[in-house]
Design a protein around this ligand. Structure first.
Ligand SMILES: [Ca+2]
Ligand SMILES: [Ca+2]
Length: 383
């Protein structure tokens, strides 16, 4: 073993001091809520404050009767009631059972530490995409080495999304809704011709591609008889109870050509992995409560549903949302969120899906599916 020269020892010593110094900096004292409000720059930090309720709107924080486990509010004093002195904390699904207000109402008044991104939530000073929650003083020093899980910045965020490009989480969802919600609504009859354009076979302009089957079929075979293709609602009409006279039922962003028989068999099933091979469309699987589309369109299906959840919000005809269930019945909900997120990753947008989005924007609805333009936004809204 070589002897170390005095110079090498000095270098090693300096490196050790440097490492120690950076470790100490990472484990710095948590920010106060006032500091967090003043530092809404997207950086990662741990914030210490008292739980003072659940935000339900920009200037509303409730202290009882919590509707869900999605958010809490922190302040520097447990008696604070002014929302301008609070920071609103997003609660990702993994933390809801332990830190959500509906499940844990006794958190009110407790002092806690939360590590996350200092960025707006509910259009209010916020802490988004947290990676750690702990009661004050119990935060292990090493926990702050976890890298922040902020979504990748949207590379080349186009001008259409200018008011959303710097946002994350619920603020991003709200901004995207404002951008996409005023589409031109088609009649259900107009949908026939629109699908002949949006889903045209790139190798045969006389045909459309059927979403689950993958079959190229003549555009002229649209109709309701065996062997025809018809208008598949990827978000089934019964999940919320909309019909084909309104904007939800005719929204091209979730309507696709499919064989009449296959469309009927898929019915109103939620989406999930598993089941037995579906005999009339190779690569698709089904069981009593779910449908698994072929690999090439798994991401397409997921992104259509993400679009629907953002486009149709409270105050519109229906508030459509996603959850992790496959037994949503007639509720305005679709699952299975965790699987849809996987499909979004494993089948990212390709040229055909992007072209479809562009045709809908240019020629029909004048709105876009944001998750085809930036599929990583899914991870910010549904962490
Ligand atoms: Ca695809
Ligand atoms: Ca919604």
């Amino acid at each position: 073993m070589a002897r170390w020269s005095p110079l090498a020892l000095v270098v090693v010593l300096l490196a050790a001091v440097g490492l120690y110094g950076s470790t100490a900096a990472v484990a710095a004292a948590p920010l106060t809520v006032a500091q967090a409000i003043a530092t809404q720059n997207g950086s990662s930090a741990t914030v210490r404050g008292y739980v003072v309720g659940q935000p339900t709107a920009t200037t509303t924080v409730i202290r009882s009767g919590y509707p869900n486990d999605y958010a809490l509010a922190l302040a520097d004093s447990a008696s604070t009631t002014s929302t301008s002195s609070m920071v609103y904390v997003q609660i990702p699904s993994a933390f809801r059972a332990a830190w959500g207000m509906r499940t844990n109402p006794s958190l009110l008044g407790k002092q806690i530490d939360v590590t996350g991104s200092l960025s707006a939530y509910f259009s209010h000073a916020g802490l988004t995409s947290p990676t750690a929650f702990a009661f004050a003083g119990t935060t292990p020093p090493t926990s702050t080495t976890t890298p922040p899980t902020t979504s990748a910045p949207p590379s080349g965020c186009i001008a259409y999304y200018a008011t959303a490009c710097d946002k994350q989480g619920a603020a991003l969802k709200s901004a995207l809704n404002s951008i996409i919600r005023n589409q031109t609504t088609l009649s259900y009859t107009q949908v026939w011709d629109a699908l002949k354009a949006t889903d045209q076979d790139p190798n045969n302009s006389a045909n459309v591609i059927l979403i689950y089957s993958g079959i190229s079929r003549s555009k002229s075979l649209n109709g309701g008889d065996a062997g025809d293709w018809n208008r598949e609602h990827v978000w089934p009409q019964s999940h919320g109870g909309f019909d084909t006279t309104d904007s939800i039922g005719t929204d091209l962003h979730h309507l696709r050509p499919e064989d009449v028989r296959v469309n009927a068999d898929r019915g109103n099933l939620d989406f999930d992995n598993g089941g037995s091979a579906y005999p009339n469309a190779p690569g698709n699987y089904w069981d009593s409560d779910s449908w698994q589309p072929r690999d090439a369109v798994k991401g397409d299906v997921a992104r259509m549903l993400f679009y629907m959840a953002v486009r149709y919000e409270s105050g519109d005809q229906l508030d459509l949302e996603l959850n992790d269930s496959v037994s949503n019945g007639s509720r305005p909900l679709m699952g299975k969120l965790s699987v849809l997120k996987q499909w979004n990753q494993q089948d990212p947008p390709d040229a055909a899906e992007k072209r479809r989005n562009q045709v809908i924007f240019d020629s029909y609805q004048r709105n876009r599916n944001p998750f085809i333009d930036n599929h990583l936004w899914v991870n910010s809204i549904w962490p």
